[in-house]
Design a protein around this ligand. Structure first.
Ligand code: SAM
Length: 284
């Protein structure tokens, strides 16, 4: 057990600092203060972040934290913390770690007992979700889907039965293929594409997936896709044999029936009540 009282110790700190996803006025005063105060700022791309730091007159030492070599970069940052330096992690835009580098260093820094302190701020997923008009919670953040058609559809298949709202990131040159895969695997659900958030060309396309597809030609910019969860009555679609098999396996591993049901619900997205109903029907 490691307990972190963020501001009541002298340990070096790794700050997780979000940066604007478009509108520079969303840079918070606290983010500027922290970035000015730390010994080192670790970023994805020194040219991109250099411009941001110049705009806010921030002169702390800037180093690159590279996604393709995250392990080595994480060690480098941990070494800085071990030397007593305070480090801020930023990404090109939004939150570090959210479809951006940072997971390894945060995992290591927390395991080693350094302070890891997050700042509040910009993130495309949350902006898109709350303005989508779809149910905002519970939700699942998926991020980018695989690029290959087969892998993309397989991944969507894993989420097909989830009753919660799903949030995806997508690039403009892949949005049409992605939406067609959504239609094929999920059916024609309600959906929202939130584009160019916080920028002058911010736009929301709200409708069903089939209504949005004809509007995609030439659609540019950064995009978040928010899709309604599965609203079907599961009991008619669910593979009862599979559920019972999963239940038997979990119980063979020593789980109680109620823990097994919770675990299956988590893995499949099928509501617990539906699983209980299947189990009772099969036992009677
Ligand atoms: N770390 C970022 C965050 O916290 O949102 C996400 C970085 S990820 C590499 C980039 C993707 O985020 C884009 O392809 C797009 O899907 C989404 N995104 C970033 N900025 C956006 C914006 N202003 N409007 C809509 N989507 C955006």
């Amino acid at each position: 057990m490691i307990r972190q009282k963020s501001f009541e110790n002298e340990k070096p700190t790794l700050f997780l600092v979000p940066t604007p996803i478009g509108n520079l006025s969303e840079m918070t005063p606290r983010a500027i203060d922290v970035l000015k105060s730390v010994d080192v700022i670790a970023c994805e791309d020194t040219r991109t972040s250099g411009q941001l730091l110049k705009h806010f007159d921030i002169h702390s030492r800037l180093i690159a934290y590279q996604n393709f070599n995250e392990e080595a970069s994480a060690h480098g940052i941990i070494n800085l913390l071990m030397q007593g330096q305070n480090v801020a992690l930023i990404s090109d835009a939004g939150y570090p770690l959210i479809n951006d580098p940072g997971q390894k260093v945060v995992t290591e820094a927390t395991a080693k007992g350094f302070n890891v302190v997050p700042l509040s701020g910009c993130n495309a997923m949350l902006n898109g979700l709350v303005a989508s008009g779809l149910i905002a919670q519970p939700f699942i953040f998926v991020g980018f889907l695989p690029q290959g058609s087969g892998d993309r559809k397989r991944k969507l298949g894993e989420y097909k039965n989830y009753p919660m709202t799903l949030v995806f990131y997508e690039a403009p040159h892949r949005i049409e293929k992605m939406m067609k895969s959504l239609l094929e695997v999920f059916g024609d659900r309600r959906c929202c594409i939130a584009r160019e958030l916080t920028k002058v060309h911010e736009e929301f396309l709200r409708g069903t997936v089939s209504e949005l597809i004809p509007e995609l030609d030439g659609l540019k910019g950064e995009m978040v896709v928010i899709v309604e969860g599965n609203t079907d009555d599961y009991s008619k679609d669910v593979d009862s044999d599979l559920i019972l098999e999963m239940l038997r396996e979990s119980q063979a591993l020593g789980m109680t029936a109620s823990d097994a049901v919770k675990d299956i619900a988590k893995k499949t997205g099928i509501p617990k009540n539906t699983i209980y109903r299947i189990v009772h029907q099969c036992n009677n």
